[in-house]
Design a protein around this ligand. Structure first.
Ligand SMILES: [Zn+2]
Length: 272
């Protein structure tokens, strides 16, 4: 597997990789600096962890920062947001007002215009309720936060994340590709994906397969989706029992994350 270290993408994207690798963060968090060529002003997306060397590296390529934007509330994206915004003399924006600082929340369809660069906010809930993507149409790129990752597939953290919304958001991204506005995906973890259509289609197929496996596991456990309690939390041991069947071939270190996904799948099946 080729090592991912960040770098320049399109004419307007620059990825500074944060030094926080892990099971959930892959190589680390991608901090994206978006800037029109020749402009002094930029937008910084997901400053990442509080790590001085990383934030110095981001500041060095960012010039004057107009706004810090967070793709969702998870710590590996937002921990440094306020202090970095304070250092750069700007505010923090995100969909969730609780993430904002000295700035208003973003809204779906809003265009952030900075030094000749237009970045459109596309709300894409699923991984979390407050997940957004950012469209840099001039480069045919969509920043996907944690909705699409550079490797593997994302985790839906139920109940904040929701599988029904996730399918809707992936379909929305796919329509941006079909209409020719997006060709590549710039994720918040792992490498840039240049086959946006292929990746999004794979995400849907993968989720449908996992759903079928979860239904199969329920069957083996003597249950049917129709018998699931409306609130999956009523049977706290069920997600783990399903994981042990569905993820038998996956390293046990990933079972914790898998359990969150299975919870989301059970909630989806219970509502269907
Ligand atoms: Zn996340």
């Amino acid at each position: 597997m080729e090592a991912w270290t960040g770098g320049a993408y399109g004419d307007r994207g620059r990825c500074v990789l944060a030094p926080n690798p892990g099971i959930m963060t892959l190589d680390g968090t991608n901090t994206w600096v978006l800037r029109e060529p020749g402009s002094a002003r930029s937008i910084v997306v997901d400053p990442g962890p509080l790590h001085d060397d990383h934030l110095d590296a981001v500041a060095a390529v960012a010039g004057e920062v107009e706004a810090v934007v967070v793709t969702h509330h998870h710590d590996d994206h937002t921990e440094a947001a306020r202090s970095f915004a304070e250092r750069m003399g700007c505010g923090v924006r995100g969909l969730d007002p609780a993430q904002c600082w000295r700035s208003d929340p973003v809204v779906d369809g809003e265009v952030l215009s900075v030094g000749g660069l237009d970045v459109e906010v596309v709300t894409t809930p699923g991984h979390t309720t407050d997940s957004i993507s950012l469209l840099v149409e001039a480069d045919g790129a969509l920043l996907t936060g944690d909705m699409v990752l550079g490797r593997g597939t994302t985790v839906i953290v139920h109940p904040d994340g929701d599988l029904g919304s996730y399918f809707d958001s992936i379909a929305r991204m796919r329509s941006l590709v079909s209409s020719g506005r997006v060709g590549s995906l710039w994720p918040a973890h792992g490498p840039v994906l240049t086959d946006a259509a292929g990746v999004l289609d794979h995400y849907v197929v993968h989720r449908r397969e996992r759903l079928a496996q979860v239904e199969g596991a329920l069957h083996r456990l003597g249950l049917s989706p129709a018998q699931l309690p409306a609130d999956v939390a009523e049977d706290p041991t069920l997600p783990r029992r399903v994981v042990e069947v569905v993820y038998a071939d996956v390293d046990e270190s990933l079972w914790g994350a898998a359990e969150w996904s299975v919870r989301a799948q059970l909630a989806y099946l219970a509502r269907r």
